[in-house]
Design a protein around this ligand. Sequence first.
Ligand code: NAD
Length: 475
Amino acid sequence: MAKQYRNLINGEMIETGEWLDVVNPANEEVIGQVPACGQDELDKAVAAARAAFKTWRKTPIDERRAAIMAISGAIKENADELFRLLTSEQGKPHNQAQQEIYGAAAMSAAQSTLSLEDEINEDSDARLSRTRRVPVGVVGGIVPWNFPVMMAIQKIVPAMLSGCTIILKPSPFTPLTTLRIAELIADKVPAGVVNIITGEDDLGPMITAHPDIDKITFTGSTATGKKIMEGASADLKRITLELGGNDASIVLPDADPKKVAEQLFWSSFSNAGQICIAAKRVYIHEDIYDELSAAIVEYAKNVKVGDGAQQGTGVGPIQNKKQYERVLELIEDAKDKGYKFLLGGDKDPSGTGYFVPLTILDNPPEDARIVAEEQFGPVMPLMKFKTEEEVIAKANNSEYGLAGAVWTANPDKGVEIAEQLETGTVWVNEFLHLSPFAPFGGHKQSGFGAEYGKEGLKEFTYPQVITVKKDNVPA
Ligand code: NAD
């Protein structure tokens, strides 16, 4: 029988008697089971978080930081076990799973150093007015399956630091590593401050609708984000939404194809393309299009697609069957329309596991589904452009606005173009870099609010203005 992982409610590891299977996407075998929580367990977790909030909000920030550091330490000390478990449930190769686990430990430690100081609005003879930040209360955190551990940490750490308590719901596709972390931290965090529960598709809407939850912080698809916004409107819960993206990379004619080919490859194919900020549309200037596209294809031919647990694998499977079928559908549509493939375009012949061969398209039209929609798979459409004006318009022609990149020998020119892109993050000559100190969030339909940095931390607080009239003391 597959190993059973329990949930964390009020400092206790619990089970419900009903179990959900978790599958390894590389071989479709059941590798673990997790509890199926319903309204009862959610109510218990919310009650525990509500009770813990009373004392946690008043706990000195240094003690809250120490609890975050204990989580960071537990992740680091158990990294070897955790990254292997992460590969088995998520599919990503061991080296990328290691990056996620060590990255989560480092992000927690770095974010724990943030603080929100009081701001003085007025200090005159008449009055002293200052703004302080107070925690919102009980938070519901809902995360996806592409970076299950990093996303969980991204919700738990700022909630704890701000003085909030949290109920976190992992994706039913990838709950195992998060629940193993729950077990490791159960005695390191005061009971009720962090609760982690798993369930089927109905658990997310139950969290959004729960009257005793004050805020939802969500990472996932734009479609689900809209449902959450709607659900949260009933009692005006605060919301932070990190949603989908269709990021454009722009390669200017002065970029050396030999220097950028490999980096461009990984900006699209890391984590099998299942990254909100992956380069999903790559625009290359016509002067270097042939040379650069040939260099990317040449590099791709040496990258092995396979089980992430096997040495030498560069790109793993798609994480789940539904997403696998969606990516195949987009590739099939591109084939039906007669678009040209430089690589891939076929289904993996082996049959077992959700593998999609690396797929690179040659100059498909802007309205191709594989260009206009978020593929979220190992697919890289390369498109030719002539002028800056044209490429900026094309990059901005999307309902998404998450991130983007400009590649050029002239960084000033890169910044000039970056400033014209309608996205929350733009990199010049790098990709996928997120800082714990810089706000990360989407423009347009890629999100609402931000995570990371002081701006991200503020989202877990309300501003409270205290004004003291100095010359009217009734004494
Ligand atoms: P998803 O929206 O299907 O699911 C995300 C989470 O929401 C899961 O835990 C799921 O169980 C839960 N959920 C589903 N329906 C719900 C509902 N009605 N109410 C409340 N919760 C519900 O997303 P996914 O397929 O797991 O993840 C892929 C998507 O996430 C992509 O669009 C990707 O771009 C996006 N993403 C965004 C970021 C970012 O930071 N902007 C990061 C990673 C992934």
